[in-house]
Design a protein around this ligand. Structure first.
Ligand SMILES: [Zn+2]
Length: 127
């Protein structure tokens, strides 16, 4: 038995009686929703040995039910920490009104106004 499997057995040893295996904390999550119900598509040979393949980060996310990229949970957290919320963006636009061209006919900010506000907010947060 390899050291790897021995380590696994020791880790899961306490739970084998109930027939359940304890799952370790997952490190990766979906870069779209942050959920960790993700599965990698891999290449394996006839002995189930997974090959390194092309190092793709593409995963199937069970939460989004779509293909997305995997990111480390820490990185996802950093990303969402610096990404302003919709409310913050609207507040920023309200506090920093743009010219008439920055709004649609119905009075909502255009995509460009919205994107500009996100950039400004991210710059401010980074300082
Ligand atoms: Zn997802």
């Amino acid at each position: 038995m390899s050291n790897y499997y021995r380590a696994l057995n020791e880790d899961f040893g306490n739970n084998t009686e109930s027939g359940k295996t304890m799952k370790k904390d997952k490190q990766f999550c979906c870069d779209e929703c942050g959920g960790d119900h993700i599965e990698w598509q891999v290449w394996a040979d006839e002995y189930d040995v997974v090959s390194d393949g092309d190092g793709t980060r593409d995963v199937w996310c069970d939460d989004c039910e779509e293909h997305h990229k995997s990111v480390l949970k820490d990185d996802y957290k950093k990303k969402t920490d610096t990404e302003p919320t919709h409310a913050e963006i609207m507040q920023y636009i309200e506090n920093n009104p743009v010219g008439p061209g920055g709004y649609t006919n119905s009075g909502t900010p255009t995509d460009e106004t919205y994107e500009d506000a996100i950039r400004e907010l991210q710059t401010n947060k980074g300082e």
